[in-house]
Design a protein around this ligand. Structure first.
Ligand code: NAP
Length: 309
């Protein structure tokens, strides 16, 4: 139960950190609460990870990263971290099942999707309200749906959903998309896409499943009904850091603050990827940060060992 490096989160950052830590012969444990790959595992295709000119599916790259980390000795447990504590020479990491001990900790718990927070959303989640196109898209074959958000996720996941649906209406709170130019172009050229600008969803309605949403034009203030079979919400993410409150310094949005070594306010605790304040939210940069944080954790553990002698 005692490790050199304990990594929290099995997305791109965590799995890359695990690969580097294991290859440095550090006893490495990775804790993941859901599936390996994190957000990438829920993505249909990754087109901007170097070395894959044809693109690679999110599932494929996640499984390969996991396999590669395990090949060099990383132990992976599927457990959610509830709290961390520090003693003079080590950290205690508590999960629902047990408490682990580690000389260093690497936080790579990423972020979880943001909800709209409107009436009807929670009640109808899984009954027409979804946050994952690859998980739920097939349930909407030949249906008409709404997609909320104007970023890369909304465009990319919307494009994936056009395989199933007959019509897709993007509801965006401004009149300009945030998504990258290439995804904007593809969406705008797709005949199944239409756009409802300057508009937010105020309520989701339906008896047993989604039937209607109330939308409001922010420029005119006008509210209207919009009949739909489903609503996919892609409005960004919030950092998964509740379990870290009071343990390391977080910024005002809840992201983990780090220095140039990717070390947090607690020496021996590092952070990488989307959970980190200032991170660029891309798979390739998450992996790069995972590598950097693991190398710095390695140096920290080596210094601890030297100090003991
Ligand atoms: P994002 O870039 O933060 O975009 C969120 C979108 O939702 C924005 O258009 C935002 O509107 C809107 N929004 C936020 N809160 C809202 C609310 N309460 N109500 C209504 N609309 C709201 O999030 P993302 O698209 O999930 O992307 C996250 C990161 O992952 C980004 O860095 C993105 O580049 C990256 N990503 C990359 C790819 C790719 O490279 N292919 C794919 C997916 C994600 P405003 O524009 O008005 O703020």
């Amino acid at each position: 139960m005692s490790f050199d490096v304990l990594i929290i989160g099995g997305g791109g950052a965590g799995l890359t950190a695990a690969l580097y830590a294991s290859r440095a012969n550090l006893k490495t444990l990775l804790l993941e609460k859901l599936t390996p790959g994190g957000q990438i595992a829920l993505t249909d295709i990754v087109e901007n990870y170097p070395g894959f000119p044809e693109g690679v599916t999110g599932t494929d790259i996640s499984m390969r990263m996991e396999e590669q980390a395990k090949k060099y000795g990383t132990e992976i447990q599927y457990e959610e971290v509830l709290a961390l504590k520090k003693s003079s020479t080590s950290f205690q990491i508590k999960t629902a099942q047990t408490t682990y001990e580690s000389k260093s900790v690497l936080i790579a718990s990423g972020a979880s999707f943001r909800m709209l927070g409107v009436p009807g959303e929670k009640e109808l989640t899984g009954r027409g309200v979804s946050y994952c196109a690859t998980c739920d898209g097939a349930f909407f074959k030949n249906k008409e749906i709404a997609v909320v958000g104007g970023g890369d996720s909304a465009m990319q996941e919307g494009l994936f959903l056009t395989r199933f649906v007959t019509k897709l209406s993007v509801i965006h709170r401004r009149d300009q998309l945030r998504a990258s130019a290439i995804l904007q172009d593809r969406a705008k050229q797709n005949p199944k896409f239409s756009f409802i600008w300057d508009t937010v969803v105020t309520r989701i309605e339906g008896n047993k499943k989604v039937e209607n949403i109330k939308i409001k034009n922010l420029k005119t203030g006008q509210e209207s009904d919009f009949k739909t079979d489903g609503i996919f919400v892609f409005i960004g993410h919030d950092p998964a850091t509740k379990y870290l409150q009071g343990f390391v310094d977080l910024d005002e949005k809840g992201y983990v603050k780090t220095n140039e070594k990717l070390e947090t306010s607690v020496p021996g605790v590092f952070a990488a990827g989307e959970v980190r304040a200032g991170a660029v939210k891309q798979l390739v940069s998450a992996c790069g940060e995972g590598c950097e944080a693991a190398l710095n954790a390695q140096a920290y553990v080596e210094d601890l060992e030297l100090a003991k002698k």
